[in-house]
Design a protein around this ligand. Structure first.
Ligand code: KG4
Ligand code: ZN
Length: 349
């Protein structure tokens, strides 16, 4: 029964939200939220520049907290706890948000909750759909991550699959760069793909058919580059063929992960790439075949936002899980710390 202030600053969105966990619907749970995208500041560089991001968070965050509390019609004193992303992410930005959260917690005499950004994504479907119960199988697909996790309860994650090279969002962003679609790439590739033929370009489906459910996208990205350089194909056909190949990989790998999982209540997708409608549609087919419900938050709740951070904070706060004011920011912070490293995997969180 709490009002939580959520802060998010781990990448290129500065976001603040007020969450009321007594709400019975997404609309009543999110009392107020603001998101300031830094897309325009990073666009000239074709990707997120950490230093620019951290400075923008410094400038934006405090006024956005005031404005969001104003939108909610409350003062800081009415908040029960402050939840701030404490990692993983670009460390400069994470520190800005966490330090702001600490300062607000100290000023208001309220508890601080250090939220794992990935837990924010992982629980966002429960914010959107109050009927979603643990345990569920989660496909988490964002700019930095591509994982399948069995979510057994708050803080209880078993990683069943991960990528051995690129994340799915990274593959979309790199394809966008190859095709000259600019930054951010995922939505641009999805838009262009609607005008193309997904069978026009023969592209590989890395690891499809393998018994282990891991992902790989580096070879697919290189194949897109070679096909583009051959000059034989139009950009729309390349975008559509890439998207189809990536989706085929995701569906096949998630199907194998489902076989390795214990009993689950639903197949759930979250993270920025979960905003992709073609992917949601393909996963609906997989869920139907498995006799499971597919839960996908609205696209705006898939990309980075503070409502999911406030919600993860609310779930933690309800169990009395708060953090000391000297809690450290973490550039890497895996949800399943016990998961074994995978052959070929880099060091991503
Ligand atoms: O979760 P998110 O907002 O930030 C991270 O925590 O990484 O995810 C951003 C990623 C980017 O790679 C972006 O291109 C991708 O999600 N993305 C999409 C779509 N919308 C965002 N990829 C494909 N289709 C989309 N509609
Ligand atoms: Zn994210």
């Amino acid at each position: 029964m709490s009002l939580i202030l959520g802060l998010e600053s781990s990448c290129d969105e500065t976001a603040v939200a007020v969450i009321d966990d007594r709400g019975a619907t997404l609309e009543t749970r999110v009392v107020a939220q603001r998101i300031a995208s830094q897309d325009a500041a990073h666009r000239p560089y074709g990707g997120v520049v950490p230093e620019i991001a951290a400075r923008a968070h410094v400038e934006m965050l405090a006024p956005m907290v005031a404005a969001t509390l104003g939108d909610a019609g409350i003062s800081l004193g009415a908040i029960d706890a402050i939840a701030a992303t404490a990692g993983p992410g670009l460390i400069g930005g994470v520190m800005v948000g966490l330090v702001t959260g600490k300062a607000l917690a100290m000023a208001a005499g309220k508890p601080l909750i250090a939220v794992n950004h990935l837990e924010g994504h992982a629980l966002s479907p429960r914010l959107a759909d109050p009927t979603l119960e643990y345990p569920y199988l989660l496909l988490l697909v964002s700019g930095g991550h591509c994982q399948v996790l069995e979510v057994r309860g708050l803080g209880q994650y078993r990683r069943l699959a991960t990528t051995i090279d690129d994340a799915l969002g990274e593959a979309f962003d790199k394809t966008a760069k190859i095709l000259g679609l600019g930054y951010p790439g995922g939505p641009a590739v999805e838009r262009l793909a609607r005008e193309g033929d997904p069978r026009a370009v023969r592209l590989p489906r890395p690891l499809v058919g393998s018994g282990e459910p891991h992902f790989s996208f580096a070879g697919l990205k290189s194949a897109v580059l070679r096909a583009h350089q051959s000059g034989q194909y139009g950009a729309a056909d390349l975008a559509a063929s890439f998207q189809q190949a990536a989706i085929d990989c995701i569906v096949d790998r998630t199907r194998i992960a489902l076989q390795a999982a214990g009993p689950v209540n639903a197949l759930v997708i979250a993270g920025g790439v979960a905003a992709n409608l073609a992917l949601r549609c393909a996963l609906q087919g997989l869920a139907d075949n498995a006799g499971l419900r597919l839960v996908a938050p609205p696209p705006a709740l898939c990309t980075d936002n503070a409502a999911m951070i406030g919600w993860a904070g609310a779930e933690r706060f309800a169990l009395g899980l708060v953090d000391p004011l000297d809690v450290a920011a973490r550039p890497r912070w895996p949800l399943d710390a016990d998961a074994a490293p995978v052959r070929g995997a880099g060091v991503k969180g």
